[in-house]
Design a protein around this ligand. Structure first.
Ligand code: ZN
Length: 388
């Protein structure tokens, strides 16, 4: 196995808690990669020799983004729905169910090539770890194959049979299906189980039933909650000790206290609020009381079709009053924590060699230059997978 040293790094964000500040910044730094792992991090002048030398040219280097929330397995296009929303026309009923019909009609090959294209799009923008949910199949075979497709691209697969109740069944019958035959078919392909806990989707009692059944089948829980209205989803997530509860847009004082007193990560998805003209979650208020906050894309065809973690960072800074350092940390180390991972999101010896070179002198440019493609190189598991 060969070693490589990436040297002449103008600014290196390590996220290493052993170093100073939230990001553990180093200047004039180098990183040594051995196989798929990081072997050494420190001042460029002290870097050990390696088989291959890479000159970063003074660029900033950050950990690869960890996007802990996406819905990439789908077919069809909903740009007309977006356009209607943006010009003020009312929603036509359908939404998720429109995508379900297209997804069921697509072949395995069509779904796989579509996910491959989106994962490549993410990687080119610096995402090196991505969680992918099912949830547009909503039948036993279509949920199982959605997860089998996702599994080709990531270990972080999530069974979201409880996305919405399909039109041809009752909520009671559907929860029985999700917790019975569908869970049995999905579990071999999934690490996680998720529920869309919201008015019009699944209530808190149904969410508890589904998450408990998933846990009994060896799946860890995560939850969509408090996106559109106040509700009990966030408190359920904290009570059950889930790794993450996602959206957290409408929070009561009790919700915030529950998050503060738990280890559950609040994953904020500001691309959704941007794309639906909803109010943004109160990231500043959460962080100020000590809640652990992650950022993710929620890339999906309906409410937010961006794959750009840099956009999420820019929105978090501009619209949610996170500092640029908090936003980068939330999009990397905290995304890893939301997936219960400690091998990614940090650049330190022994961790995965997943890193991003920015065509910029500092990570701050991710928010300072919104919309500009700054990623000039991506290393994943010790290999350059994108080079500028
Ligand atoms: Zn989602």
């Amino acid at each position: 196995m060969s070693t490589a040293v990436i040297t002449n790094i103008g600014e290196l964000a390590t996220n290493d808690p052993e170093r100073d500040g939230l990001l553990g910044l180093l200047h004039d730094a180098a990183v040594v990669v051995d196989g798929s792992r990081i072997a050494w991090v420190g001042p460029a002048a002290e870097a050990p020799d390696a088989d291959v030398q890479v000159d970063a040219g003074g660029r900033a280097v950050i950990p690869g983004f960890v996007d802990s929330h996406s819905h990439l397995v789908f077919a069809g296009d909903r740009s007309a729905e977006f356009e209607a929303r943006m010009i003020g026309e009312p929603y036509t009923a359908g939404g998720i169910r429109t995508t379900v019909a297209k997804t069921r009609a697509a072949s395995d090959e069509q779904l796989t090539s579509h996910v491959a294209r989106l994962v490549a799009e993410m990687r080119a923008q610096g995402t090196t770890t991505v969680e992918i949910k099912s949830g547009y199949g909503l039948s036993v075979p279509d949920e199982a194959r959605s997860l089998a497709v996702a599994r080709q691209f990531t270990d972080e697969t999530t069974f979201l049979g409880a996305h919405v109740v399909p039109a041809d069944t009752t909520p009671e019958d559907y929860v029985d299906l999700v917790t019975g035959p569908m869970l049995a078919a999905a579990a071999p392909h999934a690490r996680w189980i998720d529920v869309f806990c919201e008015d019009g989707a699944f209530d808190v009692d149904q969410a508890r039933t589904i998450l408990t059944a998933g846990s009994d089948s060896g799946l860890r829980g995560r939850l969509h909650a408090n996106q559109l209205t106040y509700g009990k989803g966030v408190q359920l997530a904290c009570e059950l000790g889930l790794a993450a509860v996602d959206h957290c847009t409408f929070l009561s004082t009790l919700d915030v206290e529950s998050l503060r007193d738990s280890r559950t990560i609040a994953t904020l998805l500001p691309g959704v609020e941007f794309s639906t003209r909803q109010p943004y979650p109160d990231a500043r208020g959460l962080i100020d009381v000590g809640v652990r906050v992650a950022l993710a894309s929620d890339c999906n065809p309906g409410s937010c079709f961006t794959s750009s973690m840099a956009l999420c960072i820019a929105l978090a800074v501009r619209e949610m009053r996170m500092s640029p350092a908090e936003a980068l940390h939330a999009a990397t180390a905290m995304g890893a924590a939301a997936l219960d991972r400690n091998d990614v999101g940090v650049l330190a010896p022994g961790k995965a060699a997943d890193l991003v070179l920015l065509d910029a002198p500092s990570y701050v440019h991710l928010a300072y230059r919104p919309g500009v493609p700054l990623v000039s190189g991506v290393w994943q598991q010790g290999r350059p997978v994108v080079s500028g």
